[in-house]
Design a protein around this ligand. Structure first.
Ligand SMILES: [Cu+2]
Length: 152
């Protein structure tokens, strides 16, 4: 059995490496296992171009994926990943270096929890596109719709 399987497995691995640039898995590895839903950004208070964005991130893959950050080509816009935490009865925000999306799980960025903090977004655009950087080095474009308040 083992002798019969060995060459076959090795051959398949060679094909996968050649066709998928070494990222493994099957043909689905050509697409990201991550899917973003309900992505929206809150219209900031007038004259104060700092706001938060929210979304649900689902990992349909069999391995965890880390999101390392978000970038935008929107002029002057900078994004940080934050988490709201209660500390001595006060809500505080701390910056996260990464967010892990476990295999076959959804992580929600929500008001009062993990969120994206946008600096330099005045809310005048109907939406803003952010590029998520994943731990494998790939980026994923996500459109966040601009909305006046909480909207799920
Ligand atoms: Cu924040």
């Amino acid at each position: 059995m083992a002798r019969a399987h060995g060459p076959v497995v090795a051959g398949m691995l060679a094909i996968l490496v050649a066709s998928c640039d070494g990222t493994g898995h099957d043909q689905r590895s050509l697409e990201s296992p991550l899917k973003f839903d309900n992505a929206w950004v809150r219209v900031p208070v007038a004259g104060r171009p700092v706001t938060a964005a929210y979304c649900d991130v689902t990992n349909s893959g069999d391995t965890p994926v880390d999101i390392l950050g978000f970038d935008s080509d929107h002029p002057g816009l900078r994004v940080e990943i934050h988490e709201s935490v209660e500390h001595d009865g006060m809500m505080q925000m701390r910056r996260l270096a990464r967010v892990t999306i476990p295999a076959r799980a959804t992580v929600s960025f929500v008001p009062g929890g993990k969120h994206l903090m946008l600096f330099g977004f005045d809310g005048s655009a109907a939406d803003v596109t952010l590029a998520a950087t994943l731990d494998g080095g790939e980026t994923l474009s996500v459109v966040f719709a601009t909305r006046p308040e909480q909207h799920r």
